[in-house]
Write a protein that binds this ligand. Structure first.
Ligand code: NAD
Ligand code: SER
Length: 311
């Protein structure tokens, strides 16, 4: 019987993954947790600062948890505002979870990495799984170090930890958490409200992107894959689509022709310039059968439809 803990369950990915896990395994078998209170009543929520190993252990023991989805992190743009505390959140929380794996308290761990592990020297197009990683943000450095720790715990202690390097995730249920790809969500809200959008990236800043449903489905696929099929214990590249702010604007204009976008690049443009434009994810496809479902036009249709209903 799986007993699952989701850490960072109030976040952009956390809420959607929590919903999918509860549909699959039943609400009482999936405990949510976050450093902040949830926006909706949740019987199975535990307040947790995952930097605190004692509190984490007591929640895991109380609920007899065997699988952990550890999502809590400070993302790329916010990370640059408070580098040392972001490092502490991103690394301490991961090591606390990995230690539970080493001690045999939990059996399987999911932890997300990011395209932010790549850097300015990385080839930008169809970036290979094993391409040079040379991150320049505290977020990217913490994700790269985290990947290495995951591989270390797997190889030294047999901890079954699995990971995906997500591209920018697009969704509409929760506000994004302070990343460089957040523009691709913000722009939809402004378009629906008829407000001009000031984009903090350049018009041609193309980046890898993925709709949240693909991200959730891919995560569940990886967590269900047979351990012997997994050739990568750092983190899997995962591709869906790539687009620039100008290409996204053109797509949204098919629905909302009056959308106005001005380009006012800030420090986040400098981060975007160090990341790949597109990703090669052959190992994820051959090891556990990954295939994306959502194209840019399908993502746009879903976002416009969902946000129009909310309005
Ligand atoms: P988010 O910022 O929306 O959510 C993170 C959640 O973690 C928040 O609810 C926050 O309150 C919680 N949290 C922060 N510090 C905590 C702590 N010390 N203890 C417990 N909870 C804490 O982030 P997200 O977009 O949902 O991202 C989830 C994971 O996916 C992160 O690890 C992120 O690096 C990774 N990821 C996200 C994207 C993306 O585009 N959203 C892309 C690549 C990787
Ligand atoms: N979307 C994330 C960010 O921009 C990438 O990990 O920080």
């Amino acid at each position: 019987m799986k007993k699952i803990l989701v850490i960072g369950s109030n976040g952009q990915l956390g809420l959607e993954l929590l919903t999918a896990l509860r549909e699959k395994f039943g609400s009482k078998n999936v405990i949510s947790s976050d450093i902040s209170d949830p926006s909706h009543a949740d019987t199975y929520f535990e307040k947790l600062d995952a930097r605190d190993a004692i509190s984490l252990t007591s929640i895991v023991e109380k609920h007899e948890i065997n699988h952990v989805y550890h999502l809590a992190a400070i993302l790329s743009a916010n990370g640059e505002l408070n580098p040392i505390s972001s490092w502490e959140v991103n690394m301490k929380t991961l090591l606390n979870v990995l230690e539970l794996g080493r001690k045999g308290v939990i059996e399987r761990i999911f932890w997300p990495s990011s395209i932010a592990v790549f850097g300015r020297d990385t080839p930008k197009d169809h970036t290979d799984q094993n391409a040079l990683t040379n991150p320049s943000t505290v977020y990217g450095i913490s994700k790269l170090a985290g990947e290495k720790w995951c591989q270390y715990y797997f190889e030294k202690f047999g901890v079954d930890v699995r990971s995906i390097r997500y591209p920018g995730l697009i969704s509409h249920k929760v506000q994004p958490g302070g990343g460089t790809t957040d523009y691709a969500i913000d722009i939809f809200s402004k378009a629906i409200s008829g407000i001009p959008y000031n984009c903090f990236l350049n018009a041609d800043a193309s980046l890898p992107m993925m709709y949240i449903d693909d991200a959730v489905r891919g995560t569940l696929m990886l967590m269900e894959a047979s351990s012997q099929n997994l050739s990568i214990r750092t983190s899997y590249n995962l591709n869906a689509t790539s687009f620039s702010p100008a290409e996204l604007t053109a797509e949204i204009k098919k629905y909302i022709s009056g959308l106005q976008v001005q380009y006012k690049p800030d420090y986040r443009q400098l981060i975007a310039e160090t990341w790949p434009r597109s990703i090669d994810d052959q190992p994820a496809r051959s090891d556990w059968g990954w295939k994306e479902a959502y194209t840019l036009s399908q993502i746009t249709a879903e976002m416009i439809s969902a946000l129009s209903m909310k309005k």
